[in-house]
Design a protein around this ligand. Sequence first.
Ligand SMILES: Nc1nc2c(c(=O)[nH]1)N[C@H]1C(S)=C(S)[C@@H](COP(=O)(O)OP(=O)(O)OC[C@H]3O[C@@H](n4cnc5c(=O)[nH]c(N)nc54)[C@H](O)[C@@H]3O)O[C@H]1N2
Ligand SMILES: Nc1nc2c(c(=O)[nH]1)N[C@H]1C(S)=C(S)[C@@H](COP(=O)(O)OP(=O)(O)OC[C@H]3O[C@@H](n4cnc5c(=O)[nH]c(N)nc54)[C@H](O)[C@@H]3O)O[C@H]1N2
Ligand SMILES: [Mo]
Length: 840
Amino acid sequence: MKRRNFLKGMASLPLLSSVSATNLLADNAKKGLVKDGVVTTAAHWGIMDVEVKDGKITGSKRHLNFTKEPNVLLNFTGDMVYNSRIKYPMVRKSYLENPDSPKPELRGVDEWVRVSYEDAIKLVAKELKKTREQKGSGGVFAAAQGWKSAGNMHNSSAWLHRFMELSGGFIGSLGDYSTGAGQIIMPHVLGSLEVYEQQTSYPVVFENSKVIVIWGADPIATLRVSYTTNDDQGLMYFEKLKELKDKKIIIIDPVKSYTAQFFGDGATWIAPRPNTDVAMMLGMAHYLYVSKKYDKEFIETYTTGFDKFVPYLLGETDKTPKTPEWAAKICGIDAKTIKELADTFVSNRTQIMCGWAMQRAHHGEQPYWMITTLASMIGQIGLAGGGIGFSFHYANGGAPTCKGAVLPGVSRGSTGRFNDKGEFIGTATGKIVNGKYVEGEGIVAKDEPSYAIPVARIADALLNPGKVIDHNGKKITYPDIDFIYWAGGNPFSHHQDLNKLTRAWQKARTVVINEQYWTASAKMADIVFPITTPYERNDITMSGDYSNMHIVPMKQVVEKFYEAKDDYQVFADLSKAYAKDLVLAYSDNGKDEFDWIKSFYNTALEQVKNIPDFYHEMKEFDEFWAENKPYTFAPTMESEAWVRHAEFREDPILNPLGTPSGLIEIFSETIDKMGYDDCQGHAMWFEPAEWLGMKTKAAEFHLINPHPEYRLHSQLSNTALRDKYAVAGREPIWINEADAKAKGIKNGDLVRVFNKRGEILAGAVVTKNISRGVVRLCEGVWYDPDANGLCKNGAANVLVNDIPSSKLANAPICHSNLVNVEKFKGTAPELTAFKDPKFA
Ligand SMILES: Nc1nc2c(c(=O)[nH]1)N[C@H]1C(S)=C(S)[C@@H](COP(=O)(O)OP(=O)(O)OC[C@H]3O[C@@H](n4cnc5c(=O)[nH]c(N)nc54)[C@H](O)[C@@H]3O)O[C@H]1N2
Ligand SMILES: Nc1nc2c(c(=O)[nH]1)N[C@H]1C(S)=C(S)[C@@H](COP(=O)(O)OP(=O)(O)OC[C@H]3O[C@@H](n4cnc5c(=O)[nH]c(N)nc54)[C@H](O)[C@@H]3O)O[C@H]1N2
Ligand SMILES: [Mo]
């Protein structure tokens, strides 16, 4: 969804500069709080009805009934409000004593001091200003990475960025952890992002596809959440797919995933060695080429550079023909199966649904490039129910887009300007006129270019200021970061090599975080603001991400917890403390949460009003709010019949792709000219830094760390959902039966998992559902290090390598790690992940 610049035309609101944003928010939040009853609201995991008794949450369940199986993530709202919460603003003791020499090495072990909210605001404003004076805006890192909570208004990272931009600028980040490699390589190859784009609609797939390949994806687990709020459309279509008996379903995954288990005998499970998919694809391509079974006409009409790829395929350039037999040695799938798979794909209408894990690996650009090359040889791209898709497993891609309104969101604003007295005077696009911020009449000054580092290079950047790196054909110089502000993310859960991140954090003088819970990232900060959960504030959201099916009111359910504040308010108060008049621009002249929600809603309402003869249920805002019910839009005949890349296939001249040639680039001149050794002119097999086939193995098992079926990353960890999966009180690790036997490990044992980067404890799940030599431990664990850095809770990221995918994308490589596993001896240490830290 594109964020709109909303400030334009909104300047006619009443002048509220003299009213404190704080008071406004407090008054409005109380509007219509239900003491006993049911409130409908939403989270990433869906639209839900929350039950309240005597002002306390007593239960929650789904509001929508599209699927047979209810989404279990919806039932734990009470725990999200009451467990592991931060109650008061806190400052780390050494920081409070001397912010200029704050002993960063004590982060995570120092004592905490409770301070008043006003003092915390003053402290942050002062230290932020000091950093900008000392280091410029390049000294300030404001993090974008984080799944925060659902809701268009209480968008923590957007408010953080808006405050940081208006108060003078900051270092941001490029890309994301989800599709870091995919979103850089695909525009070169297919001319668009692909990973965040609508997929061929499921009704089309059901009608036309004979074969469905789920390649490195686990939709039954990953479709439980959406970036907006989930509308269960994806899971609903998978339930339908299971009933269609005329489809051949093939799942390619080293793990017998939730999806593979869901289909049971209805699917074929192919388990290559982790990170060897490119070799397997090359084996198929070689077979199709030499047997002349590939679609020559498609290659000639719709692609460029095949002639430069073939010599590599045949081994003319490197003396290694990429035969199925060659591939078999690498990927562990025999040559006969590789050929059979290729035959099946090419002789049936085949829809390949590609997940994102493969590209979250060393040289993660290659599997996407190679699967596009292979799909081009199969020749079904742009046909109904054929070709490749990179987002069927995510946020209900493939659920037809509904015709209706789309809610806008918060805009980030542009860099603020100040006068000699340090008062805010405006930005490049707006200025203060008579005590009011007016958009449109900007101060004539050129905006500083925004400066950003690849998102997953944060530890590297902190440790190596001034270092120059390659990135997608450009050079980036790491800034000298001294001040980190995080809102809406959990870096000490999501970043790779947590021991390295701990060292990197020490390079910054100041770390501030807005958090709801005492996560590891909160415990590793200097200043902590306690933040409300979505159940303690009012908001509004769309559902589905791709389907745009509902507009959902997110009504406040309970009173704010202790001294928890909304992110919007924290940054409003920081604006006030930072410079005179800054808050006017930040809050658009004093808008409160309802003003924003209402303005978003009204923009959406205008959109549907302008569609002639279009039936919709949308009423005026006050009625919508009082009803507390989602509005539903319906798909159209066109969106139900929609086929990805169909226009291009129909006429590649009139509807060219966004690549330089307008065609599918099997060879990319652009990438070739960059001259990188680790990503060259066409798809290639590169050995990952760590994998099972390496000559001198760094450790015994390949660690896969997929997304958790019972959480959203680290979110929901602090709920009773944990009882469903924790083993020996820790994160479960799957290990093959034969491997477990060889190691003397039994089901339920506490095990130590380690490599040169660190060590963790986990609970063994001994199972047939994983290949030999592979172990599976989900990401998103609340990191819980002991004095020696051993994570008592089982955070995979202690073990994961923090090197970039390649010079092209600099993406994280979560899935390329070897680890050792042994039965834990000794007394099991107490888990402290969910406990408050030690207070002064
Ligand atoms: N090893 C490994 N690591 C990975 C991955 C992997 O596959 N393997 N996956 C990566 C991917 S794809 C992703 S997207 C990232 C996810 O990483 P994150 O997005 O950082 O993960 P979350 O657990 O969703 O963190 C969100 C945090 O925001 C807090 N929060 C929620 N709502 C609010 C709010 O309104 N205001 C504020 N201030 N805070 C709020 C939550 O309490 C939580 O701590 O992890 C990445 N890390
Ligand atoms: N329930 C739930 N749903 C989520 C999330 C969550 O945290 N919880 N997170 C959301 C987010 S932010 C994202 S980015 C997406 C992530 O979506 P994905 O990245 O697609 O999900 P993963 O779970 O990391 O991996 C999917 C599958 O790939 C397999 N796999 C791993 N390595 C390889 C390999 O080398 N080859 C092959 N063939 N398969 C491999 C894994 O075993 C797993 O079954 O999910 C989203 N959905
Ligand atoms: Mo992600």
